[in-house]
Design a binder for this molecule. Structure first.
Ligand SMILES: CC(C)(COP(=O)(O)OP(=O)(O)OC[C@H]1O[C@@H](n2cnc3c(N)ncnc32)[C@H](O)[C@@H]1OP(=O)(O)O)[C@@H](O)C(=O)NCCC(=O)NCCS
Length: 173
């Protein structure tokens, strides 16, 4: 039987402070640095899920909702939202800490897909993901549609084969 892991077991947290060499000319964090940090933290979550080498297969979605300033303290929380056969979708939530109050304000979100590979870089099976909280269940439910969209955009799936994605737009035929 396939092993199971909860989403919470995959949690990876990274905390950083924005340094001068990571900012643009406006003094805000450059998006490329954040993409790099999210990639690494999300890869750790995927690795915690399967305990194998993982590679980034796609960056499905990234939203930069508010600028992050020089000296800001940034926390990235990543969790596997769903696993399939060899691939795992990982959600990262990014928070910026208010210097005075310590309150965390959500600034970004991203969805990356990782694939577990063997020593010959061939995809291998990963454990099933068990969502527990409402948010984990919501993200789990949408993951198949997002996988289908990513595969269509990568030219790996025909739109006509994306049954769940079609349902979202067309409803039951
Ligand atoms: C990702 C990779 C391992 C897929 O290998 P492959 O031989 O094409 O394998 P498959 O077609 O059997 O796909 C394996 C899994 O990846 C998923 N996958 C492949 N491309 C994907 C994409 N663009 N988006 C989402 N998932 C993708 C497939 O759906 C499949 O998932 P499943 O097993 O859970 O159903 C391979 O393309 C690779 O090594 N890519 C480079 C990864 C890398 O170097 N990343 C860092 C970039 S700098």
């Amino acid at each position: 039987m396939r092993k199971k892991k909860t989403a919470q077991e995959t949690l990876a947290i990274a905390t950083r402070i924005v340094m001068p060499n990571e900012t643009n000319t406006l003094g805000n964090l450059m998006g490329g640095w954040l993409l790099n940090w999210m990639d690494i933290n999300a890869a750790i979550a995927a690795h915690r899920h399967c305990r194998r080498v993982v590679v980034t297969a796609s960056v499905n979605n990234v939203s930069f909702n508010r600028p992050i300033r020089l000296g800001d303290i940034v926390t990235i929380e990543s969790k596997v939202s769903r696993s399939f056969n060899s691939s795992m979708e990982v959600y990262s939530d990014v928070w910026v800490e208010d210097h005075i109050t310590g309150k965390q304000i959500k600034s970004n979100e991203s969805i990356y897909t990782f694939v577990a590979v063997d020593q010959n870089t061939g995809p291998i099976e990963v454990p099933e993901l068990v969502p527990e909280t409402e948010l984990e269940k919501e993200r789990y439910d949408g993951a198949l549609r997002r996988k289908q969209l990513a595969l269509i955009l990568a030219g790996r799936m025909k739109p006509s084969e994306a049954t769940e994605l079609k349902l979202l737009f067309l409803g039951k035929e």
